[in-house]
Design a protein around this ligand. Structure first.
Ligand code: DGY
Length: 323
């Protein structure tokens, strides 16, 4: 009887790596996996959570005041992401529901992708692949696809947290880039060769600007028309953080007017982006479907961390990664 009482139901909004299912079953819990082809709507999410004790949510699930009002019985929520801008944390606190996330484990995967977007733009890799594939490769071109070397160029990092620092290290040690950054907090452990700048100075001086800050009211639309005007006309903007940090209408304008040299985006507003979105018509723009953490290693560890948050929360213990 006691054993049965300990069994709890966890609603999981998308299939995640197997390790999560194994760990939860080892604890004797029941997993209710959403079986729709699209993610649950806010109404479906609330409905499914009525039968659950805990929720394992994705960054695409919106957990707002109304959700918390209707699901105040939940014992714990674990977000399968480091970013938690999809969750109203103040409402969670009001209803006394602990919320956990998955920091650290996706740092290398995300900084690798930022570097991939930088290289793809700087060396014209995407148009070059299309050229070869479409039979346009007739002869060796002495002046074809000329790109920009990274050595000696300035990488401006907006937000020097875990992912920003990981990118800085790879870009400096591996590619010989100069690193400048903006940061809201003063961290003592930052490499002294990285130079801290104001946002304006950083935008003015960078050959590549990469965004690694979280989305909050002070970073929403942080980069708009005024900021693109300050940037060098050959500079690239990279965003693997959250789409809303860039004013997307202003970005389309800046790319069309040639105010900047290109954009590498793993995140957009909205997600998914419609194939008819004007961003797909802008020059030198590469877009990936929010795959920053999409490595086998990172996603396995994210699944493990999220599951550990759930298990601890259901026991009434402190979450390993509580917000
Ligand atoms: C996160 O965890 O916030 C990332 O955006 C997922 O890729």
């Amino acid at each position: 009887m006691l054993e049965l009482k300990k069994r709890k139901t966890i609603f999981l909004t998308r299939k995640i790596p197997e390790i999560a299912f194994r760990l939860l079953r080892e604890e004797g819990h029941i997993i209710e996996l959403w079986d729709g082809t699209s993610p649950p709507t806010p109404g479906e999410l609330i409905q499914k959570c009525q039968e659950a004790d805990a929720l394992l949510s994705m960054l695409s699930d919106r957990l707002d005041e109304n959700f918390f009002k209707k699901c105040s019985h939940l014992k714990v929520i674990a977000n399968y992401a480091v970013g938690v801008n999809n969750i109203d944390l103040k409402a969670a606190a009001r209803y006394n529901i602990p919320v956990g996330n998955t920091p650290d484990v996706l740092t290398e995967a995300t900084s690798d992708l930022a570097l991939g977007l930088i290289l793809t733009l700087a060396r014209n890799i995407f148009p070059a692949i299309q050229n070869a594939k479409q039979g346009e490769w007739k002869k060796w071109e002495p002046l074809g696809f000329l790109g920009m070397e990274l050595k000696g160029k300035t990488l401006g990092i907006i937000g020097l947290g875990r992912i920003g620092q990981s990118l800085a290290k790879k870009a400096q040690n591996g590619f010989g880039m100069n690193i400048i950054y903006t940061s809201r907090t003063k961290t003592k452990t930052i490499n002294p060769s990285y130079k801290r700048h104001t946002l304006q100075e950083l935008l003015k001086s960078s050959d590549i600007v990469s965004i690694h800050t979280d989305l909050n009211p002070s970073t929403e639309n942080l980069i708009g028309h005024k900021e693109f005007e300050i940037m060098k006309s050959h500079a690239y903007i990279i965003n693997t953080a959250r789409g809303e940090i860039i004013n997307q209408k202003a970005l389309v304008g800046a790319l069309k007017m040639g105010l900047i040299g290109g954009a590498g985006l793993d995140v957009t507003t909205p997600e998914p982006l419609s194939p008819n979105d004007p961003l797909f018509q802008t020059p030198n723009t590469i877009i990936t479907p929010h795959i920053g953490s999409a490595t086998v290693e990172a996603r396995d560890l994210m699944a493990t961390l999220a599951t550990k948050n759930i298990i601890a929360g259901l026991k009434g213990e402190p979450l390993p990664n509580r917000l």
